[in-house]
Design a protein. Structure first.
Lengths: 353, 348
């Protein structure tokens, strides 16, 4: 077996096991879909809570199932609070910028730049707080995770990495991703133990450069093979076959990067004695996404309501855990449980889980 | 007695427990001999599978009880109901909830559709004026500026709707030298008539078209269409002085069928009061209703879908006993026909 706890052992070898079935999940997914529509998306928070409660309850770690205790109401309140704050900020911007342009003229450009910085900052904050919230509502054997860090300094660093990536034509991306992964997880804990993340780009930079090259070379080929413009001044039409090959090629290269990234992230993250491995390779990812796209086409998009189930099953079936857990040493988390739930993530509309 | 396991939230160690039904709750006997009572009202039934029911306590962090199945009936009766869709929906059932919510949502969507109609009359005209000026300014280079022609056009507006051009919220009318048949009402009471609408009709039919546009202005149909198509946020941006929309978008605004019928009705009344025959307008509409919709140069058709029915409404309003006068004198008509001889210079 992968991992043991000084407690009853699991029946078979894998430390993480997912026992959910589509037969059980479909009634949840369908009723969620219908309720979300008839409530004009208000039910979305409750739908997420139900999905997670099911997926977590069917995921066994060593010898006990995970528990999700987050509620739809708290997620909805978190969303409303953040949406109101962002809405007020938007109004302030609309009225404020008018006055500002009238007074300071070109300095308004600086304001627009600040706005972008603010946007990136919020995005970083949202990712950090989303993770912190999910850990704080995830329980295993009566113990939960969390973080006492508010994420402000993480968000500040994230802004720097995003800008560096932008100004280096995307080439900094794998470094930014690795550093941000480490920054996030090093602030997280489960029970009394901190996560330790030391991810490097040793294994992710090469697949990334292949993808980057595919985009650059592909774009050039697209431009060269493009037919003449329909009207002068209008952009020319790309050759449809070349365009299809371009998207397929870049998509495959992206899967190459994704599989390397997941592998590296798992390998370089640990908590206490527990270590992780992610064993999905390129062909596993290809099968997963080919099935996702195929299902979506056959069902005219309706299969997307089971996407989270399929993704969770994919991740849990490829995640391996090694090491031991001393259940007497694993005491309750002393971190404060956040109240705003995933308000930022929701308001900015990011994050599937 | 039912067997199970309990995590107390202080550490990850499991305690083997025996559980029995108790008044208003359950009685839990731990392996170390301790006894705990858990009231039903504090329990949450978090999840369930073939082997276990899992419960947590809302007042103790990390407290987590797993009861092995099958459960005795008396114990089952002490457990809270399974949480499924959410508190309120669990109470009424999924199907009734779906029906009630669908009805409510339909109501909300319908309100959203009707709201512009209710809000538009209450939007102060002066919010629109600045924006209208900007859009009107987009036509600067093509405006027809023959002063006598302009005067005749304004006379025509006054003839159809006496007093309409007066006051700060009055109608401001202009002709533009653009070779398509069109006439539009812009926010802020601006009416723009395109050259063919002047040169390819007689002034009586043009009076009908202008009366129709004046009705759109007076009934605030322009504001209504603006809110309907650009959203309620358009009002806020308009108030702030920056709508971020241009003439092209304004020309693409369309009115609802009800608004069109209302504007026709108003136009017919205006023509009657002014003593102008509605027949030339009816003839113009009939002529248009026979033209291919997609034909170039007839933009007015796309924003004002014409039908024989609308032409008939003008036609039947003709009163054989009434004394109709031409909308403009011969002299004024001649001046109006010349309105685009002498364009405004771009620098103006």
């Amino acid at each position: 077996m992968d991992a043991i706890a000084s407690a009853p052992a699991a029946d078979d070898g894998r430390a993480i096991q997912f026992s959910g079935t589509l037969g059980e999940f479909l009634p949840i997914a369908i009723s969620n879909f219908l309720l979300t529509i008839v409530t004009l998306f208000i039910y979305r928070s409750w739908a997420k809570a139900r999905e997670r409660r099911y997926l977590w309850s069917r995921t066994r770690f060593i010898d006990d199932q995970l528990q999700w205790t987050g509620t739809g109401l708290e997620m909805f309140i978190g969303f409303v609070v953040v949406a109101v704050v962002l809405g007020v900020a938007y109004l302030g911007f609309v009225f404020g910028l008018q006055a500002l342009v009238a007074r300071v003229g070109p300095l308004a450009l600086l304001v627009v730049l600040l706005l972008y910085v603010g946007g990136f900052y919020l995005y970083g904050l949202a990712r950090f707080r989303g993770l912190r919230y999910r850990l704080s509502r995830t329980w295993w054997r009566g113990i939960r995770g969390g973080s006492d860090d508010p994420g402000f300094s993480y968000a500040g660093k994230a802004v720097g990495y995003y800008f560096a990536t932008f100004f280096l034509a995307g080439l900094f991306y794998p470094w930014a991703q690795a550093k941000l992964w480490n920054q996030r997880w090093n602030k997280m804990s489960f029970g009394p133990q901190n996560f330790e993340a030391t991810m490097t780009t040793d294994d992710t930079s090469k697949p990334f450069f292949i993808m980057w090259g595919a985009i650059v070379v592909g774009s050039v080929i697209l431009a060269v093979t493009a037919g003449p413009g329909v009207e002068p001044g209008r952009p020319s039409e790309p050759n449809p076959i070349v365009a299809l090959l371009f998207y397929a090629g870049v998509g495959l290269a992206y899967l190459g990067f994704l599989s390397a990234y997941y592998r590296a992230a798992a390998e370089w993250t640990r908590i206490g004695d527990i270590e992780f491995r992610f064993n999905a390779d390129f062909s596993d990812w290809l099968k997963f996404y080919a099935a996702t796209i195929g299902l979506a086409i056959i069902t005219l998009g309706l299969a997307m309501i089971v996407y989270n189930f399929r993704y969770w099953r994919f991740v849990t079936s490829h995640l391996e855990v090694y090491g031991t857990v001393d259940v007497d040493q694993l005491t309750q988390s002393q971190t404060r449980a956040p109240r705003e739930a995933e308000g930022f993530l929701d308001a900015l509309d990011i994050g599937a889980f | 007695m039912q067997s199970g396991s309990l995590f107390d939230g202080s550490s990850a160690r499991a305690h083997a427990v025996q559980v029995a039904a108790e008044k208003d709750g359950i009685r839990i006997e731990l392996d170390n001999g301790r006894v705990e009572l858990a009231p039903t009202r504090l329990l949450r039934r978090l999840s369930e599978d073939q082997r276990q029911v899992r419960l947590i306590r809302s007042d103790v962090e990390g407290w987590s009880l797993r009861l092995d199945k099958p459960l005795a009936d008396d114990l089952l009766a002490r457990l809270p109901r399974d949480e499924r869709y959410g508190r309120w929906i669990d109470k009424v059932g999924l199907a009734p909830a779906l029906i009630v919510l669908a009805v409510l949502t339909t109501g909300v969507v319908a309100t959203g559709y009707l709201a512009p109609h209710w809000i538009a009359p209450h939007v102060p005209m002066r919010w629109e004026r600045k924006f209208g000026e900007t859009v009107f300014g987009d036509f600067r280079g093509v405006r027809c500026a023959n002063p006598r022609g302009q005067q005749a056009l304004e006379t025509l507006v006054e003839r159809v709707a006496p007093g309409a051009t007066k006051g700060p919220d009055g109608v401001k009318v202009a002709a533009v030298d653009v070779p398509i048949f069109n006439a539009v009402a812009l926010p802020g009471g601006y009416i723009v008539v395109f050259k063919p609408a002047i040169t390819e009709t007689d002034s009586d039919a043009l009076a009908g078209v202008i009366a129709h546009e004046i009705a759109h202005v007076r009934r605030r149909h322009v504001t209504e269409a603006l809110i309907r198509e650009l959203g309620i946020g358009a009002l806020i941006r308009m108030f702030a002085g920056n709508l971020g929309a241009n003439a092209e978008q304004m020309l693409a605004l369309s009115y609802t069928r009800t608004n069109e019928t209302q504007a026709d009705g108003d136009a017919i009344d205006m023509l009657r009061r002014a003593g102008i025959s509605p027949r030339p307008t009816a003839a113009l509409f009939t002529r248009f209703s026979k033209i291919d919709r997609s034909a170039a140069g007839t933009e007015w058709l796309q924003s004002h879908p014409l039908s024989g029915k609308r032409a008939r409404a003008f036609d039947t309003s003709f009163d054989p006993h009434a004394r109709y006068e031409p909308a403009l004198s011969d002299k004024e008509q001649a001046a109006l026909a010349n309105i685009c001889n002498g364009r405004e210079s771009k620098s103006e």
